[in-house]
Design a protein around this ligand. Structure first.
Ligand SMILES: *Cc1c(COP(=O)(O)O)cnc(C)c1O
Length: 429
């Protein structure tokens, strides 16, 4: 049997990089097989190193709201490239970026740029702790907030997929101040707030979860968290690394009409380059160094190349509000088609969707939290994933992830994917 270039690369990579990848969920551990190495991407398609083309539903795990390599982002990067890639000193692009973010997301009065979502969530919790003088914070089981030590406790995404939701290397001390609650369960949060009254600095939440697959919050849950945080002086942090600029120009907080005290961004905000940001109320952000005593820094933070790419993305969003209607229509079409494909084999699989975030769970139970997410048949998802891959459709290589549709997808693309899903279902179910 002929060995593909992806297989050759993966074999070599495994001798040089732990597990052969630079981020765990890329390794296909939960679906089996060899990860596909990509050579290029354009619009809704990616091409692998063996020349196979796929319709892509990952979009680099979220950043590619406009598909791969859109001309307007490419041009912005090239223009900045001519001027220099890093100064380690302030540049005008950072001011423009801060102005644009604060105008798109009104709850963000001041913002600090960093280099990844992980860095942004760690810094946001530090600022909330510094602001409140309290140590503990609440996170929800199955939510992922990057790989900071004290977040890797019952975490989602790759941690969940690999069966290490609570990672070795996280000390008891690190874990001690992390309080866990069940998503969509307000009563549990209220109990924790009562038990640790005056000790909780923050509640951090994915306002729509992407990292146990797509899971939506109830209105009562969201409103209840806001009321509780206001009453107890707890900083409500929306981790909008995935939802920010994807669900609406102002993120999930705009969709639900809830104003968090702090917000965290990543992914789309960098236009495909490594960027994160955290921001919120002025009184909290003024605690961050050098305005205040809470230390946080970065050699490449506010990097001009990354700012140029991110600014191009956010300006496009600001100038083209109709993209969200378009994404809604395309992804609703996918949702209905997938439901019909499942029904063609007698299954009512749960499909959760909001805007252009969608997940099909191989479970017929409603999925509203971690416990219901893990009722999914992950082995069957693995078969579905490989069936779809063989047909040229690249889905997340794990059940507990969101799929993303981009503005570069067409109705014809979606219909192709639905037709393939139906064929694959009939083979595997
Ligand atoms: C991706 C993600 C992160 C981590 O961002 P990185 O850039 O991968 O460090 C944090 N929170 C959420 C909700 C995410 O989806």
């Amino acid at each position: 049997m002929q060995i593909s270039t992806s297989q050759q690369l993966f074999e070599k990579a495994q001798t040089l990089i732990p597990g052969g990848v630079n981020s765990p969920v890329r390794a296909f551990k939960s679906v089996g097989g060899t990860p596909v190495f990509f050579a290029s991407g354009s619009g809704s398609r990616v091409t692998d190193v063996d020349g196979n083309s796929y319709l892509d539903y990952i979009g680099s795990w979220g950043p590619h709201l406009f598909g791969h390599n859109p001309q307007f982002i490419k041009s912005a990067i090239l223009a900045q490239l001519e001027k220099g890639v890093s100064f380690g000193a302030p540049c005008g692009l950072e001011v423009e970026m801060a102005e644009l973010i604060t105008s798109l997301v009104p709850s963000v009065e001041m913002v600090r740029m960093v280099n990844s979502g992980t860095e942004a969530t760690m810094s946001a919790v530090r600022a909330a702790r510094g602001f409140t003088g309290r140590d503990k914070f609440i996170k929800f089981e199955g939510c992922y907030h990057g790989h900071g030590d004290y977040f890797l406790i019952k975490a989602g995404s790759g941690a969940l997929t690999l069966g290490v939701p609570t990672s070795p290397g996280v000390t008891k001390g690190n874990a001690a101040d992390t309080l866990l609650a069940t998503y969509n369960n307000l009563a549990e949060v209220q109990e924790l707030a009562e038990k640790y009254k005056g000790e909780i600095a923050a509640i951090i939440i994915e306002p729509v979860v992407g990292n146990m697959g797509t899971v939506l919050p109830t209105k009562e849950f969201m409103n209840g968290l806001r009321q509780l945080c206001t009453k107890e002086g707890i900083v409500l942090i929306f981790d909008e690394v995935m939802t920010g600029f994807r669900l609406a120009k102002g993120g999930a907080q705009e969709v639900f009409g809830i104003t968090p005290d702090m917000s965290v961004f990543g992914k789309i905000i960098g236009g495909g380059l490594p960027v994160g940001a955290y921001g919120g109320k002025k009184e909290i952000m003024m605690k961050v160094a050098p305005a205040g005593p809470v230390y946080q820094a970065g050699t490449l933070s506010g990097n001009p190349l990354a700012m140029a790419a991110g600014l191009a993305a956010l300006r496009y969003i600001q100038q083209n509000p109709a993209i969200y209607t378009r994404l809604e229509e395309l992804t609703a079409r996918l949702q209905h088609g997938l439901a019909a494909a499942a029904q063609s084999v007698g299954k009512n699989y749960t499909i959760n969707r909001i805007g252009s975030m969608i997940s099909m769970f191989f479970s017929e139970q409603p999925v509203t939290d971690f416990a219901s997410a893990v009722t999914s048949d992950t082995a069957l998802y693995g078969k579905f994933f490989h069936g779809m891959l063989d047909e040229g459709h690249y889905l997340p290589p794990a059940q507990f992830e969101a799929w993303f549709v981009s503005t570069a997808h067409t109705e014809a693309n979606i219909d192709e994917t639905i037709a393939a899903a139906k064929r694959v279902m009939q083979k595997i179910v």
